[in-house]
Design a protein around this ligand. Structure first.
Ligand SMILES: Nc1ncnc2c1ncn2[C@@H]1O[C@H](COP(=O)(O)OP(=O)(O)OP(=O)(O)O)[C@@H](O)[C@H]1O
Ligand SMILES: [Mg+2]
Length: 290
């Protein structure tokens, strides 16, 4: 299977939200990182055929996805970042409704709804109205609806937003498990979501895809740029003004700053092993993925 994105751009009035993106996706999980407003959702909406590119093309196994039309949507699962829910529907009714929209016959739909209520751990909420669910519970229903048709291509836009840590781990493991024979594209600001399951990480900045590589390779590239520095409380403003500072830990051994820098930030600095959070900080100094 191959989902090919060729020179895709999307322009809203004067805003180039997605700018000349080229990617080929095959089976496995792709972790999609980028600061707020970098164009992730816009690209994902085009891959879900919700939005048409201003220019460029998207094909699945060589066939244009808009020409495939329903044949494409039949193999697609999509969890939008912001989903409008039917608040008077119960969880169960909502899922059955989406199943019917996706063309599943009644028996198959019932079976799948049952399975997925278990998968996302929401059986006890089946009769609860969508409008009464907590954010994380709604998100679980969103994940379930994306999986109803057992999609070959799964596009999930910040699927773990609002999930508690236990459910996040559960979801991560589920994706890892099902990704063997499908294409999964997952956007997130939480780097631990993709640390272990992503085959590759895609990094988007200002509408452009600036990196696409395995987590290991990306981390290797910044290996000599991540430092730990022991500092005094009064030194912190200096470091924060001059460097990208990550975690500041205050332990029994004093204060340790984690710093991303091309050069050694202080004579006392030592190189430390890189994690994905450092990578995020390296590319996006404006925010650090938790
Ligand atoms: N329908 C629209 N009309 C006009 N501008 C839009 C529209 N949708 C997105 N944009 C703009 O395009 C840019 C990219 O937005 P997008 O939602 O794709 O970013 P994102 O990477 O998903 O951000 P976030 O991490 O906050 O979800 C932003 O500047 C946004 O304001
Ligand atoms: Mg988004």
């Amino acid at each position: 299977m191959k989902l090919k994105i060729e020179n895709v751009s999307k322009v809203f009035k004067d805003k180039r939200a997605v700018d000349g993106v080229n990617i080929e996706l095959t089976n496995g999980v792709y972790g999609f990182l980028g600061a707020n407003g970098s164009g992730k959702t816009t690209l994902m909406r085009m891959l879900a055929t919700v939005l048409r590119p201003t220019s460029g093309s998207i094909s699945f196994n060589g066939e244009d996805i808009w020409k495939m039309d329903d044949r494409y949507r039949n193999i697609l699962g999509y969890l939008p970042q912001h989903i409008g829910y039917y608040k008077h529907f119960s969880v169960e009714k909502f899922l059955s409704y989406i199943a019917s929209l996706k063309g599943l016959n009644k028996n198959k739909a019932n079976e799948r709804v049952e399975e997925l209520l278990q998968t996302v751990n929401i059986i006890d909420k089946r009769k609860v109205k969508m409008g009464k669910l907590s954010g994380g519970m709604k998100q679980r229903v969103g994940i379930a609806q994306a999986l109803l048709n057992n999609p070959k291509i799964l596009i999930v836009d910040e699927p773990t937003a609002g999930l508690d840590p236990k459910e996040r781990i559960r979801f991560r493991n589920l994706l890892g498990e099902i990704s063997k024979d499908r294409i999964v594209l997952l956007s997130t600001h939480i780097v631990s979501d993709i640390e272990f399951i992503a085959k590759e990480i895609l990094i988007m900045k200002d509408g452009k895809l600036i990196e696409k590589d395995t987590p290991q390779n990306l981390m290797e590239r910044i290996q000599k740029k991540v430092w730990s520095v022991q500092a005094e409380e009064t030194d912190i403003p200096y470091y924060q003004g001059s460097y990208k500072v990550g975690n500041i830990s205050r332990g029994t051994e004093g204060i340790q700053l984690r710093i991303i820098s091309e050069e050694k930030p202080s004579v006392r600095a030592v190189n430390v092993s890189v994690n994905l959070e450092d990578l995020y900080l390296y590319y996006f100094d404006e925010e650090v993925g938790a």
